[in-house]
Design a protein around this ligand. Structure first.
Ligand SMILES: Nc1nc2c(ncn2[C@@H]2O[C@H](COP(=O)(O)OP(=O)(O)OP(=O)(O)O)[C@@H](O)[C@H]2O)c(=O)[nH]1
Ligand SMILES: [Mg+2]
Length: 285
């Protein structure tokens, strides 16, 4: 039986932990079991129940306080993640094995983890060995996407995770509830972007011809291969959350192997139950 995982990634503060807790609540309402593993060794606060927490293995504060290591917060995080990659047996033990596992991995926000460090890829390979089907979920804050330039850099970050992990990936624009109606309208063009016309929008602001050419080449590449699309995520919109979940489920074929389960038996009535007596009792009282 395969197991299912979402690797929830994205820049710092993009809404990863909030996405995880929203999805847990949403799934509870659907009577669907979704668990979360915190993989951020610097996490201070999250409001979902954790199945496993990397801070039980290693914490950034301990690494920073260690006199022989002397790391700052970012170097400390990289150290923690490398330590984690060398201790995947901790994760294996913590995950156990439940039938139809569906686990969200709430990852740290340091962007270097998704661009050039090997740990996320190692994690994906390890999860695949444990029979997980893994979908990358890359979150970008919609507040930063209302201008073409910021959008292009968001797209590049998502693309770099896609290329380095080689797994299906769903890109999500978070915090849609914070946008004004005008900004919401504006952002629609970024969800399924036409990069060529975006390039045209920008052409006046770019002065250097070389930079103009480079931007055009990047936009062209993204457009030609239809590589990056975004789904809007508004934590207050149940229907929208469902659509996001359906896209992810589809990419990892969740549900296709699920066996039909008989609903739990209703409590059996005792054989000697006498309805007349019960009715009588109720009427008498
Ligand atoms: N209004 C609104 N606020 C959100 C949403 N998602 C996240 N936030 C807020 O944005 C801030 C950061 O959210 P987190 O979920 O902690 O972001 P994160 O990506 O886990 O952050 P790091 O783990 O530090 O990288 C918090 O104050 C959240 O309450 C959203 O959909 N709507
Ligand atoms: Mg977080």
């Amino acid at each position: 039986m395969p197991r299912y995982a979402q690797l929830v990634m994205g820049p710092a503060g993009s809404g990863k932990s909030t996405y995880c807790s929203t999805l847990v609540q949403h799934s509870e309402a659907l009577n669907r079991s979704v668990q979360v593993v915190n993989l951020d060794p610097a996490a201070e606060h999250f409001d979902y129940p954790v199945m496993a927490d990397i801070r039980e293995l290693i914490q950034v504060d301990d690494v920073m306080e260690d006199d022989s290591l002397r790391f700052g917060p970012n170097g400390g995080l990289v150290f923690c993640m490398e330590y984690f990659a060398n201790n995947f047996d901790w994760l294996e033990e913590s995950l156990g094995h439940v039938e139809d596992d569906y686990i969200l991995f709430d990852c740290p926000g340091q962007i270097e983890l998704y661009t050039h460090l090997p740990v996320m890829r190692q994690l994906v390979e390890q999860l695949q060995q444990w029979e997980f089907r893994v979908c990358g979920v890359f979150l970008v804050d919609s507040q930063f996407m209302v201008e073409s330039f910021k959008f292009i850099s968001g797209v590049m970050a998502a693309l770099s995770a896609m290329v380095s992990l080689e797994i299906p990936q769903v890109n999500i624009m978070t915090k849609m509830d914070l946008l004004s109606p005008k900004a919401k309208k504006e952002i629609e063009k970024y969800l399924d972007p036409d990069m060529y016309s975006m390039m045209e929008d920008n052409s006046d602001t770019i002065k250097s011809t070389k930079f103009k050419k480079l931007t055009k080449a990047i936009c062209g590449l993204i457009d030609d291969y239809s590589m990056v699309r975004f789904l809007p995520f508004d934590r207050t919109d149940e229907e929208g959350i469902n659509i996001v979940l359906q896209h992810i489920d589809f990419s990892i074929q969740y549900g296709e192997d699920l066996e039909f389960k008989e609903p739990k038996d209703v409590e059996e009535e005792p054989a000697n139950l006498n309805y007349d007596e019960i009715f009588q009792g109720k009427v008498d009282s």
